[in-house]
Structures are given as structure tokens and as C-alpha cells.
Design a protein around this ligand. Structure first.
Ligand code: PGA
Length: 251
């Protein structure tokens, strides 16, 4: 049985004190969430350590929002997998559309990042998703399968045990426009098929696929009721602990 997960991507929001307060509120709310639902928060790098401490004992796991594509060395401004592990991270988000769009993150770079993250013992939340132009041109299935193949087809079935996929249509991120449950479900099912083609049905069945893009308490239930939607990667609504916990109670 694949795991249900609700992950909060805080992006470049909160200062350290705000982040610690938010994490404490999430940790307190986590006791209401059934054991079968994994909770993850991804604060900015600067407060990973403090947020990790605030989450201690709550079962809520800690994620980075990105990691470097090199192990160590002269890469000014970058943060390595080892550094993330040393402050208690269990996960990293990779390939978020904001990283692809604003920071030139390519599938080739992502292969390297995923490789380093998995080798260093981090779980990976790999984001894929089409932009508005691609959706309007009817290319959404192809764009998502290409992103999945370009990155994940370089890995093994064993590696896939540590990989979660987040389908995040770019036109739905931070826009208030959510994909309908049907639009999200058809892409999730498609991604699962792309996984099955390479890794077999069992791996495809066991891989958690999250939906992201204006997911909130009012629409989470309908989205999570879909057979191939295993939870959410939450941006804006993850900045309010009550909303985040409410979303995690929507299965
Ligand atoms: P949003 O962001 O929930 O604010 O749309 C989701 C994401 O980018 O992960």
C-alpha cells in the first residue's frame, strides 16, 4: 500500500521565529492526523535546524526545497545533501516549477540532484507539471511523461522506494486556480502508467503521487478522493497550520 502524504512547501516565506511558531503549531496539530498520513514540512534552508527541533517527537518530517547538484566544493551559495542530512532533513523537494522557470533547472541537472539525494539518504519529492501554454496546446500528458522519463528512467525500482512525485500544473500554482479533480486524476493515472512501463506495475502502484497547485481545505477532499491522488504538496495553505492540518484530515 502506497503512503499518503501531505507536504508543506513554505517557499521563501517566514523568518526563523515565524517558521518555528508555524512548525510548533503543525507539530501540535499532527496528533489529530491519522498515522497512515505522513506529514512533511519544507521550510527555507536558514531555519531547517530550528524547525527540525520544533518538530521533534511529532512525527512530522523535515524537507529541504532544493539541494545542490554537486557533492561539495567551490559552489558559492549552494547547499549540499550532506549539509541537509546533518541538520536532520529526511527529504528534499526537487524540480519545483519555480526552480525550473526562474533558476534554469533542467531535467539533466535534476538527474544529478536526485542521484546525490538518494545516495546521501534523502527521500525525493520530484515535481513535474505543464504550464498554461502547454495545457492549452493539449501537450500536458506528453510534458509530464517526458519530465518523469527524463529524470526517473535513470534510476532503479529500488531507488523508486525513496521517490515521491508531485504533479503540479504550473497554471494552478499560487493562482487560486486548482485543477479539477478529473484533470488531476487523469494526469496522475498517466504518470503511474509511465512508471509501470519502466519499473513494472508493483512499483507504479507503490509510488506516492501528490497533487499541488492551490490545494486548500475546501478542495482537498475531492482531490484526495481520486484513486491515483495520494495527497498534496501545499504552498500557500501550508503557511497556516490550521489549514495545513485540515488538508491532512481530508482523506
Ligand atoms: P500553492 O503552491 O499551493 O501556493 O499553489 C503549491 C506549490 O508550488 O508547491
Amino acid at each position: 500500500m502506497r503512503k499518503k502524504i501531505v507536504a508543506g512547501n513554505w517557499k521563501m516565506n517566514t523568518t526563523k521565529p515565524d517558521g518555528v511558531e508555524l512548525a510548533k503549531a503543525v507539530a501540535a496539530g499532527a496528533s489529530k492526523v491519522p498515522a497512515g498520513v505522513g506529514l512533511i514540512v519544507a521550510p527555507p534552508f536558514t531555519h531547517l535546524c530550528a524547525v527540525g527541533k520544533a518538530l521533534a517527537g511529532s512525527g512530522v518530517e523535515l524537507s529541504a526545497q532544493n539541494c545542490a547538484d554537486h557533492e561539495k566544493g567551490a559552489y558559492t551559495g549552494e547547499v549540499s545533501v550532506d549539509m541537509l542530512k546533518a541538520v536532520g532533513c529526511q527529504w528534499t523537494i526537487l524540480g519545483h516549477s519555480e526552480r525550473r522557470q526562474y533558476y534554469g533547472e533542467t531535467d539533466e541537472k535534476l538527474v544529478e540532484k536526485v542521484r546525490l539525494a538518494l545516495a546521501g539518504g534523502l527521500g525525493v519529492i520530484l515535481c513535474v507539471g505543464e504550464n498554461l501554454e502547454e495545457r492549452e496546446a493539449g501537450k500536458h500528458f506528453d510534458v509530464c511523461s517526458a519530465q518523469v522519463k527524463n529524470v526517473l528512467y535513470n534510476f532503479t525500482a529500488e531507488d523508486m522506494k525513496k521517490v515521491v512525485i508531485a504533479y503540479e500544473p504550473v497554471w494552478a500554482i499560487g493562482t487560486g486556480k486548482t485543477a479539477t479533480a478529473e484533470q488531476a486524476e487523469e494526469i496522475h493515472a498517466h504518470i503511474r502508467k509511465v512508471l509501470a512501463d519502466k519499473f513494472g506495475a508493483e512499483v507504479a502502484d507503490d509510488t506516492t503521487i501528490l497533487y499541488g497547485g492551490s490545494c486548500k481545505p475546501s478542495n482537498a477532499k475531492e482531490l484526495f478522493a481520486q484513486p491515483d491522488i495520494d495527497g498534496g504538496l501545499i504552498g500557500g495553505a501550508a503557511l497556516k497550520a490550521d489549514d495545513f492540518i485540515q488538508i491532512a484530515l481530508s482523506f
